[in-house]
Unconditional design. Structure first.
Length: 619
């Protein structure tokens, strides 16, 4: 590692703020705290096989592992590091110090960082015909990612060195040996190592990592691999590519890295094309991604909306936001966070779902995909270790930095402090009940006056938005764009936003024909039997031309819903709707697609201010 780092490219529009301090309040605070106390601080102790499978990989009798067992430690570490960036909890810091050291100690002397015996490593081809390690490179990718995040967060050099030893081992195995990564099988999974190699090359400048990355890129073009770049440049939607499973989204992250490294516009165009076809054809009303663990080109498809798939979609969206600086991508992250993410997490923090359906019931992943449980790891599965990452991703996108100044993407009661490029500390405190209310007051804290541009996300769905600085109205507020406020800012300055929280419909098609989803601001609304006397099979139809609702106070038992609204339906009956994140948390059936009273024409919807004919966002 004597090479100069390949410095991060200035080709990207936005970057996460470094060294930020986050304090969240309200509903999000409760969910973050539950995630910390009930999972992150106890998961390794409750599931010691998370690391033990690395220690005894060459012992007999062999463990019966799922093919992706090597991912569990890396996914847990990635989630926990991001959560530490949000909380700065000293207990989590101490646990991560221990966990990282133990994971590094599990690495073999040759650099191997997986749970499989010597004869099966990386390719899964053993002399006895067994094929247990088919996803071994996939597991290495997640371990490299988690350790690299820890190095970036703490500067802990042994974590970076462990990453490089693992990457060196992979290079020795494939570079110039005649073996190809595509021959290892599980192409979309194992080729995700390309993203890990790209990140390591950008960090260290080691030429072999770029060479290995290029080898995997060449493998993309050979059946049965995904051919991601060429397909995207040919305007082929992602769901029609050879490998439209969710794991491919991590391979696609490597395309953005290649653009950062080379500046070649084809990589940028391919990455954007893939993201947009997923957003247009595969992102569900919940903000979740996938139907049966893959893209289908149909957001109404009733296949399982796996939590891991939604996490990958959100990670890809963070990259898209970094690349483009398009506020509509931040709208997508908000939609996924407040609905799909919180809907997948039980309010207790004890479990996450595998499938978070648009209509159905909530089932713990530990029950739904119990086949992944093993001795010493009764709670471990792909989603239990990965789901927490979706919530902790707030560290990457809540506030970002553009060349002109900070960019505010997340709205909700919170305080975020970070250093401006000048070195001065900026504090941003939000006084609001958002998303229960559209009024947001943003207070600035500075030690001395400074000129910079403060950009605010104006949600696409907010048809009528107002902004004022110190009580003075601001012009140029446009839905779906950032509002850049350039001025000399002083301590005590306040920015006030008024967002339009009117109810909005998404008219269903295909499997959701004759049905409608309703949104209150960024929140998807849902029927839950818990809050209604009517059962799911007898729901009254909704007239989207006359959407009138009133708030309903909650005085019942735990868990309390975030939002309750009473809706007058076309049949003159009342229907109580809650936020999707709260729907089904007690095991009751719920519905986010509601019966539609009458199909309105497009002109009626446009005049009513609903924008696009279908979809949660207007245009």
């Amino acid at each position: 590692m004597n090479h100069e780092p390949c410095k991060r490219s200035s080709r990207l529009a936005l970057a996460p703020v470094a060294g930020a301090r986050f304090t969240f309040h309200g509903f999000i605070e409760q969910r973050l705290q539950a995630n910390l106390e009930q999972w992150l601080l106890i998961a390794p102790q409750a599931n010691p096989a998370m690391l033990e499978i690395f220690r005894d990989r060459d012992r007999l009798p062999r463990r019966d592992l799922v093919p992706w067992a090597g991912e569990f430690a890396g996914k847990y570490l990635t989630s926990a590091v991001l959560a530490y960036r949000l909380s700065r909890d000293e207990r989590l810091r101490a646990q991560l110090d221990r966990f990282v050291d133990e994971l590094i100690a599990c690495q073999d002397a040759d650099g191997y960082l997986g749970p499989y015996p010597l004869q099966e490593r990386l390719t899964g081809r053993a002399s006895d015909g067994r094929h247990g390690a088919l996803w071994d490179l996939w597991g290495h990718y997640h371990c490299i990612l988690g350790l690299l995040l820890w190095y970036w967060e703490t500067g802990y050099r042994p974590a970076l060195e462990a990453c490089c030893r693992a990457a060196d081992y992979i290079c020795r195995r494939f570079l110039g040996t005649g073996e190809r990564v595509r021959q290892a099988g599980a192409e979309e999974m194992n080729m995700a190592i390309s993203h890990g190699l790209a990140l390591l090359y950008q960090e260290t400048g080691e030429p072999r990592y770029l060479q290995m990355l290029r080898e995997v890129e060449a493998d993309w073009q050979h059946p049965p691999a995904g051919d991601y770049v060429r397909a995207a440049l040919a305007d082929i939607p992602f769901h029609r590519t050879p490998k439209p499973r969710w794991e491919s989204l991590h391979d696609i992250q490597a395309i953005l890295s290649l653009y950062e490294i080379t500046g070649q516009e084809d990589y940028r165009r391919a990455f954007e094309q893939i993201w947009r076809t997923i957003q247009q054809g595969d992102r569900h009303n919940t903000g979740g991604f996938s139907s049966g663990e893959r893209a289908t080109g149909n957001p109404y498809d009733r296949g399982a909306i796996e939590t891991c798939c939604t996490v990958a979609w959100m990670v890809l969206s963070v990259d898209m936001l970094r690349l483009t600086g398009d506020s509509r991508v931040a709208d997508e992250l908000e939609l996924s966070t407040l609905n799909a993410t919180l809907g997948a997490q039980h309010p207790s923090g004890r479990w996450w779902t595998y499938d978070t359906p648009m209509d159905g019931v909530r089932k713990a992943s530990a029950h739904h995909i119990v086949f992944q449980a093993r001795e010493g790891s009764p709670e471990l599965n792909c989603c239990s270790v990965n789901g927490p990452r979706s919530l902790a991703l707030l560290a990457d996108w809540a506030v970002m930095q553009a060349e002109e100044g900070p960019v505010v993407n997340y709205y909700g009661p919170c305080a975020i402090a970070f250093d401006l490029p000048s070195g001065q500390r900026l504090g941003l405190t939000q006084y609001t009940e958002y998303p229960l209310s559209g009024r947001i007051t943003l207070a600035l804290e500075l030690s001395q006056a400074e000129s910079f541009s403060l950009s605010l996300r104006i949600p696409t769905w907010s048809r009528h938005s107002q902004v004022a600085v110190n009580g003075q109205p601001v012009e140029g507020v446009v839905p779906g764009r950032y509002l850049a406020l350039r001025r000399e800012w002083r301590a005590g300055d306040r920015v006030t936003l008024e967002l339009d929280m009117s109810l909005r419909p998404w008219i269903g098609e295909r499997e959701a024909e004759g049905k409608v989803s309703l949104y209150y601001g960024p929140l998807l609304l849902a029927y839950d039997r818990r809050f209604n006397s009517v059962d799911p099979g007898d729901l009254p139809p909704v007239d989207v031309r006359q959407l009138q609702s009133t708030p309903v106070p909650w005085t019942g038992a735990w868990p309390a819903p975030w939002l309750l609204l009473k809706l007058q339906t076309a049949a003159g009956r009342e229907l109580v709707l809650c936020d999707f994140a709260s729907a089904g948390t007690t095991g009751t059936p719920y519905r986010s697609w509601l019966p539609l009273a009458e199909m309105p024409d497009r002109l009626t919807l446009w005049r009513a201010g609903f924008g696009r004919y279908h979809g949660p966002f207007g245009e």
